[in-house]
Design a protein around this ligand. Structure first.
Ligand code: NAP
Ligand code: MG
Length: 502
């Protein structure tokens, strides 16, 4: 069952799996613990789903897809999604606190960025439910052709830990708007808010089995979902490495796949930029969400003439960030999500030093007191003297570590900016309008920000070029992922075709 407490600092909670509208223990009886990354203390115990539970959830999703959900009108699907958005909105403070306790992100982010975006994503796709239409296509002769845009079926959705509830919304909202049913596996590090959402899904009145949420480990529950023969579509957000495993697992059944993977985005400061604005953009680019953002501006290209001035300001701003207890409203940076991630980040700083980079500021864990001493904190870190082919400029660190690379002229800059296996996003800071648009065209990335960074909206498509994945989430493009097109032919003549008559 689900035990809900009013404040985060209460006893350890427990969540079962949510399958077919009920809360059930894992078949194996096993559970796992998710810690609070600020202190390392247990936050909740969770039923550990594996292949048997995924199987049960897929069956429930299939039954709902062919049964009750297929009879719910588009209007009612929209109303259910809208109701869910309202329920989330009413609980936004509590959900934000739980998100912060499970993930470590500052409450000012979970409460004023994540939660409002979650609500808006469900609202946005609620509106789409009644607007999914086919086409009629003019053809020569007495023929009518029209297309039907139908749901894909049962969707398996696997999400990461960096935006736990927001990624849940990105996956569920378009899939449900289009009439699919879902089995979602949250990340083992951050399952809490997805389970809380399950309770609200039930309260909103979705038929049993339309949404099933099965937490568990990637190698067991995740792999079972990706390779399940009765799953029609798999949607994954996470590392490029695991994205490849997903694509391989889905290949055997030719399950449709969409992948939103890693990034190593160039964030580019030209000499003519408004430097104060660019410094804030660099901060947002790499320190937001402790740097655990797939579209983070982790390669910071700075034009030679302004490099010194820019770094002086950037360094001062990075040092001034308030790192600490993420539940405190004034905190600007919380802990990394896990000790595993923390060690990975430390490892990359060591690699950077060995490669010849300089740690301008940060580079280690801050000294905090009390229970926070055991948290997974890391200082905002700036590496200078980086060259684009170094590992710290090519590999996704997924932490608050930026690699500063100086540049002299535009052509060479574009070549370097595109010299990466990733292509998720890019940013540019300049007052030169033509240069900004030239850059937007030349860069190989799914999102380009001009004089801003990390902007996301449910109406805008989001996704990657190259090894950052394929498919576009959000916006009307997300509906392409969750619908398939049927072409219907009608002969309008009063005589049969008679091809073989003569
Ligand atoms: P990950 O392994 O890619 O995790 C993403 C999701 O995939 C989780 O739900 C995970 O389950 C699941 N998963 C893992 N192995 C699987 C498998 N064989 N089959 C099916 N599902 C599987 O990411 P991570 O290990 O948490 O983080 C490692 C690195 O990935 C980070 O340092 C970062 O570079 C990158 N990352 C990128 C994003 C992004 O948005 N682009 C997000 C997170 C991480 P478990 O939770 O049980 O592992
Ligand atoms: Mg946790």
């Amino acid at each position: 069952m689900i035990s809900v407490a009013p404040a985060v600092a209460s006893a350890v909670r427990h969540y079962d799996l949510f399958i077919d509208g009920t809360w059930v223990a894992a078949r194996s009886g096993r559970t796992f613990t998710t810690p609070n990354p600020s202190t390392g203390a247990p936050l909740a115990t969770i039923a550990e789903g594996d292949r048997a539970d995924i199987d049960r959830a897929v069956q429930a999703a299939r039954k709902a897809y062919e049964g009750p959900w297929s009879r719910v009108s588009a209007r009612d699907r929209g109303r259910l999604l809208y109701k869910l958005a309202q329920l989330i909105d009413q609980q936004a403070q509590r959900l934000a606190e739980l998100e912060t306790a499970d993930n470590g992100k500052p409450i000012r982010e979970s409460r004023y960025i994540d939660l409002p975006q979650v609500v808006e994503t469900f609202e946005y796709f609620a509106g789409w439910a009644t607007k999914i239409e086919g086409d009629t296509i003019p053809l020569p002769g007495p023929l009518l052709n029209y297309t039907l845009r139908e749901p894909v079926g049962v969707c398996g959705q696997i999400i990461p830990w960096n935006f736990p509830l927001l990624m849940t919304a990105w996956k569920l909202a378009p899939a449900l708007a289009a009439g699919n049913t879902c089995v979602l596996k949250p990340a083992e590090q951050t399952p809490v808010t997805a389970m809380e959402l399950a309770a609200l899904i039930q309260e909103a009145g979705f038929p049993d089995g339309v949404v099933n949420i099965v937490p568990g480990y990637g190698e067991t529950a995740g792999a079972a979902l990706a390779s399940h023969p009765d799953v029609d579509k798999v949607a994954f957000t996470g590392s490029t490495e695991v994205g490849k495993l997903i694509a391989r697992a889905a290949a055997d059944n030719l399950t449709k796949v969409s992948l939103e993977l890693g990034g190593k985005a160039p964030n580019i400061v030209f000499a003519d930029a408004d430097l104060d604005q660019a410094v804030e953009g660099a901060m947002m680019g790499i320190f937001f969400n402790q740097g655990q953002v797939c579209c983070a501006g982790s390669r910071l290209f700075v034009a030679e003439p302004v490099r010194e001035r820019f770094l002086e300001r950037f360094q001062a701003r990075a040092r001034s960030l308030r790192v600490g207890d993420p539940l405190k409203p004034e905190t600007q940076m919380g802990p990394q999500v896990s000790d595993e991630q923390l060690n990975r980040i430390k490892g990359y700083v060591t690699i950077g030093r060995r490669e010849g980079a300089t740690v301008l500021t940060g580079g280690e864990s801050p000294r905090l007191s009390g229970p926070l001493k055991r948290g997974y904190f890391f200082q905002p870190t700036i590496l200078t003297n980086v060259r684009n082919r170094m590992r710290v400029a090519q590999e996704e660190i997924f932490g608050p570590v930026t690699a500063v690379i100086p540049f002299k002229e535009e052509e060479e800059l574009i070549r370097q900016a595109n010299d990466t296996m990733y292509g998720l996003s890019a940013g540019i800071w300049t007052r030169d309008l033509s240069r900004a648009h030239r850059f937007a065209k030349a860069i190989q990335a799914g999102t380009v920000w001009i004089n801003t960074y990390n902007m996301i909206h449910p109406a805008m498509p989001f996704g990657g070029y190259k090894q950052s994945g394929y498919g576009r989430e959000l916006g009307r493009h997300a509906l392409d992922l969750y619908t398939q097109v049927k072409s219907v032919w009608v002969d309008l003549s009063d005589k049969p075709i008679g091809w073989y008559a003569a």
